[in-house]
Design a protein around this ligand. Structure first.
Ligand SMILES: Nc1ncnc2c1ncn2[C@@H]1O[C@H](COP(=O)(O)OP(=O)(O)OP(=O)(O)O)[C@@H](O)[C@H]1O
Ligand SMILES: Cc1cn([C@H]2C[C@H](O)[C@@H](COP(=O)(O)O)O2)c(=O)[nH]c1=O
Length: 762
């Protein structure tokens, strides 16, 4: 499960917090509405047959609109302001729920009241169809992408965990009050199901007002074509067709849709065959109830525990693998001779489905363009309901067909029934759907699946191999996260391993860059650049860095390690200063002429802890003086970037021990970068963990006699901290610190602490 700190972090984002409370209210409203309306419809009759008919009409009416209106609903969500769509939908639901008991009072109950309840139910569901894609499509715009998974966990937990419990709690409280004759004196309007409907109406009114008045952010679109003149929208039909085309053309989305439909079909078969399967296990209603409850327990486990177990696993891979896992559970069910095996199988089916659901909606939120997101969610909502209903109904009919045969294999005896054959077919289908989805979406082709899963669970996913000569590693992270410490350690380790290494950083790796650095980080307000000037200064430093240091070294086939690069601009200037991210990305791309790192190591740390470390030794520089909120935005952006391209990033918890971090990084790099042939160490990898003598610590590096500086090609960096004294005197690792003096032509003068970037000559 996302950690408590993750959940707290997303609830600190005001628009999301408010939307979440609306979601909670709406979910309670939905469940309460279902309970209260079905009971209220049934209560209009005395005859049990009529009561049953009223009850099931309400249920049918809740399913019907999704088939008719689902696809159009998505066009609404993409075309119109989502806040207005949501607020209007909530208001209509308020009016419809309120109307049910009022109409019943007016017409005096009976068939006319029940008819209105059924009709109102149809409209309520139709309106929900419009509301749902608007909400789903809005959530990713309110959060950093790295937080989407935690937000989805919270939403699902609220909708399927907390809301039904609260709703049934309210209903049963009302009913027990009624049983105690307390409500008798109030007449018809105060029967428990009617009060449930009033409370429900109030919940929708509150939700509508909250969305309309308190969450203006829902109206904001990311990536939408705001420049499109009014009236230039294509027709609704065209937009609908565009949505379908988007699904059919996009590999990832196709994989997701395929997988989600497969999972729902499997779930439908399990529900449809349930009672027959229970009897094939020699049980009855009680067995069915146990299995039914088990699937939800499994679902909950998958949703809550799944992300914590798979940790760094690519979400695209996780999605396909979860569906295969559900298929394996079904297989176990199909062949289970005893109830306890069936329970284990059902638990696996639930957990697989829950994880696939979470991974699927998170990927959709991350990867689908805002402009079509509503249509895609609507498409999936509708498709899932159709597939679910069809498979429940179909499986129910087929499973009840024909007599069971007992298969005796000597060591095991099995009841061979249609329900088991269906479960077997569903298992095969799920495995095929999971593998197909995996193949369509795999973002790590060639990386062995199980080794990757195992590595990811230990926080060290395997990255695809690399063939180019030079190798470019970047360290990113907030203040004091340990970038300098770890760059030095990695450089030292690589040198011992026989690589030629250039250790460098931004800003300030060239003479020009060093002057820029002094200007940008100077805390004196008289020289502070404006936000755009600041972005341009970092870009200028980077352009010089790429031109004079990075490209030449990579062209020579060397390993380059840079302390910060483009992501720092995206995080600090893009997210921290709130400059448009695409403009910063473009500017950086221009400055670097498209040079991208092979690996970005993100050292992730809570900004308060990082700032405390960075400023422990003295006063803070201009950027370090920014607020914790500023640095939190920076952190989220770094994590977003890492989440959007997991193959290129290694995210490491920067609060761990220095050597443990260094070991993780070195092991990761070793998987991508073979040791040079000439190196005596090349056959002995991995040995980093054996003892520290294999991996010289940063403090050894300054005096490393094997490192020579060639002045025409290399950059010599003096690492000392005149303007922002953050060196920790008790810690010799902090040699790589702060504003540097760089002399591109001469050896360093008066270094206090120094190490050299350049080619190592082992
Ligand atoms: N894993 C760690 N655990 C505890 N302290 C650490 C760890 N790594 C580094 N430090 C300490 O934190 C301080 C900052 O480390 P370092 O300079 O390497 O971070 P940085 O990310 O380069 O900082 P800045 O962003 O300010 O350049 C130093 O005092 C260093 O000794
Ligand atoms: C490259 C780059 C850096 N920054 C910020 C980040 C830090 O606050 C300073 C650099 O200091 P450090 O001690 O070397 O980490 O500059 C930025 O805002 N944008 C950038 O592109």
């Amino acid at each position: 499960m996302a950690g408590v700190s993750d959940l707290k972090a997303i609830l600190r984002i005001r628009p999301f917090r408010r939307l979440w409370s609306v979601l909670g209210l709406s979910a309670i409203g939905d469940w309460l509405g279902l309970l209260a309306a079905t009971l209220f419809a049934a209560s209009q009759f005395d005859n049990p047959t009529a009561q049953g008919a009223a009850f099931s009409s309400v249920i049918v009416m809740r399913l019907l609109p999704s088939l008719i209106l689902g696809p159009i609903a998505g066009v609404f969500a993409d075309r119109f302001d989502r806040r207005i769509t949501m607020a209007v939908c909530d208001f209509i639901r308020f009016a419809l729920y309120l109307s049910m008991p009022l109409v019943a009072l007016w017409v005096g109950g009976g068939i006319r009241a029940a008819t209105w309840i059924v009709i109102a139910q149809f409209f309520i569901e139709a309106v929900s169809m419009m509301w749902m894609p608007a909400k789903e499509a809005a959530v990713p715009n309110l959060l950093p992408k790295a937080r989407l998974e935690a937000a989805n966990q919270l939403s699902l937990l609220t909708t399927y965990g907390i809301a039904p419990v609260v709703a049934s709690g309210i209903m049963s409280t009302l009913q027990s009050v009624a049983v105690s004759d307390w409500l008798d004196g109030f007449g018809d309007w105060a029967q428990p199901s009617a009060i449930g409907l009033y409370i429900n109406a109030l919940a929708w009114l509150t939700a509508s007002a909250t969305v309309f008045f308190l969450i203006p952010e829902i109206s904001v679109r990311r990536g939408a074509d705001v420049s499109a003149p009014k009236g230039s929208h294509p027709s609704m039909l065209r937009e609908f067709a565009d949505g379908w085309r988007y699904v059919s053309r996009n590999h990832t989305i196709r994989g997701l849709v395929l997988g989600i439909m497969g999972a729902f079909a499997g779930a439908g078969v399990v529900i449809g065959t349930g009672p027959f399967y229970a009897s094939s296990l020699g049980g009855g209603d009680a067995t069915f109830t146990v299995l039914f409850a088990t699937i939800f327990i499994g679902l909950g486990i998958g949703l809550l525990v799944g992300p914590a177990v798979v940790r760094e696993l690519s979400r695209r891979r996780w999605f396909g693998m979860s569906i295969v896992l559900a298929g394996i559970g079904l297989l176990l069910n199909a062949s289970a001779p005893q109830l306890w095996i069936a329970v284990v199988g059902t638990l696996i089916v639930g957990a697989g489905a829950g994880m696939a659901f979470l991974a699927g909606i998170t990927l959709l939120g991350r990867e689908v363009d805002d402009t079509v997101r509503g249509r895609i969610f609507a498409f999936i909502n509708t498709g899932a309901r159709v597939v679910l209903m069809a498979s429940v109904a179909g499986a129910g009919v087929v499973a009840g067909f024909g007599n069971a045969r007992r298969l005796d294999l000597g060591f095991i005896s099995l009841e061979l029934s249609f329900s088991r054959l269906l479960l077997l077919a569903a298992a095969v289908l799920s495995v095929i759907a999971g593998i197909a989805a995996f193949r369509q979406m795999d973002d790590k082709p060639g990386v062995p699946v199980f080794a990757d899963l195992w590595g990811s669970m230990r926080g060290r996913p395997i990255m695809p191999g690399k063939t180019a000569d030079g190798y470019f590693v970047v360290f990113e992270g907030g203040e004091g996260s340990g970038k300098s410490t770890q760059s030095v350690k990695l450089a030292a380790w690589l040198r011992v391993r026989g690589h030629e290494v250039v250790l460098t950083r931004e800003p300030g790796a060239t003479e020009l860059g060093n002057r820029i650095r002094a200007l940008i980080l100077d805390p004196k307000s008289s020289t502070s650049p404006g936000v755009r000037a600041e972005a341009l200064l970092y870009a200028a430093d980077r352009a010089q860095h790429v031109d004079k240091v990075l490209r030449p070294a990579l062209d020579r086939g060397e390993v380059v390690i840079s302390d910060r690069y483009v992501d720092s601009s995206l995080a600090y200037q893009g997210s921290g200063r709130e400059l448009p991210s695409d403009e910063i990305a473009w500017l950086s791309n221009w400055a670097t002429d498209g040079l991208k790192p092979d690996l970005v190591v993100l050292l992730d740390i809570d900004p308060s802890d990082g700032l405390a470390r960075a400023t422990a030794g003295g006063k803070a520089d201009r950027l370090e003086q920014e607020s914790v909120e500023f640095h939190e935005k920076v952190r989220f952006k770094f994590r977003d970037l890492a989440a959007s391209d997991p193959t290129r990033y290694l995210v490491v918890d920067a609060t761990l021990d220095r050597d443990e971090i260094a070991k993780t990084i070195a092991e990761h790099v070793a998987q991508q970068l073979p040791a040079p042939e000439a190196s005596q160490d090349s056959t002995s990898w991995p040995r980093y963990g054996e003892a520290d003598h294999d991996a010289p610590s940063a403090e050894e590096t300054p005096g490393d006699p094997d490192v020579s500086t060639t002045e025409e090609a290399d950059v010599t960096v003096q690492l000392t901290a005149p303007s922002a004294p953050t060196e920790d005197s008790s810690d010799p690792d902090t040699t790589a610190k702060l504003p540097t003096e760089v002399d591109e032509t001469k050896p360093m003068k008066s270094p206090t602490v120094q190490y050299k970037t350049g080619r190592a000559t082992p």
